[in-house]
Design a protein around this ligand. Structure first.
Ligand SMILES: [Zn+2]
Ligand SMILES: [Zn+2]
Length: 187
């Protein structure tokens, strides 16, 4: 991961909490990477140790699903459309797996944020409050409309659902992992 040079902390202390293990890291004038932490493209923050090793298949799929995002990384955010299309045409479309893996690795090395396939929260290895909330809102939509007013906290909502349907948090966790491969699919 690239070290963020544009991060200005104004000589003040920055601190971050890992969303996976709860470890807190802080330092003066420190950016995430100085503290051994990473942010994924969906805003999750965690210790570098928790980064997942994505499979080649996942990496290739990532490139094919994020062509424009990757092209803009190299061509620039304000590059004209034609330049983006050129990049995609020359580096992604119709290329073999070896080339696509190369595109992925170059992107991962230079990107400011880790691709979601490296994030344990995005890939549902770790189920956190955000995940439970999204899932409950999809699976128990009608219940949630009623209880949201009364129980704003996720713990209260989980307890309500657990009691009503006779399932525990572990069952809910297993159900999430069984039905989805990544957080972004829960909608
Ligand atoms: Zn951690
Ligand atoms: Zn993530």
């Amino acid at each position: 991961m690239k070290i963020r040079t544009g991060f200005v902390t104004n000589s003040s202390s920055s601190s971050y909490i890992c969303e996976v293990c709860g470890a807190a890291e802080s330092g003066y004038d420190a950016c995430l990477s100085d503290l051994g932490m990473t942010e994924c493209e969906n805003g999750h923050i965690f210790c570098d140790d928790h980064l997942l090793d994505a499979s080649d298949e996942e990496k290739i799929e990532y490139v094919l699903n994020n062509k424009t995002k990757i092209a803009r990384k190299w061509a620039g955010w304000r590059a004209p459309e034609a330049q983006i299309e050129d990049y995609i045409e020359n580096n992604i479309n119709g290329k073999d797996n070896e080339k696509l893996l190369e595109v992925y690795n170059d992107y991962e090395d230079e990107a400011d944020e880790a691709p979601e396939i490296c994030c344990p929260i995005c890939m549902l290895q770790e189920i956190n409050d955000e995940t439970y909330r999204k899932y409950l809102n999809v699976k128990y939509k009608e219940d949630m409309e009623i209880i949201k007013e009364k129980r704003r906290d996720i713990l209260g909502q989980l307890t309500y659902i657990s009691k009503k349907y006779g399932i525990d948090t572990e069952d809910i966790k297993a159900d999430i992992k069984k039905n989805y491969k990544r957080l972004s699919e829960i909608k």
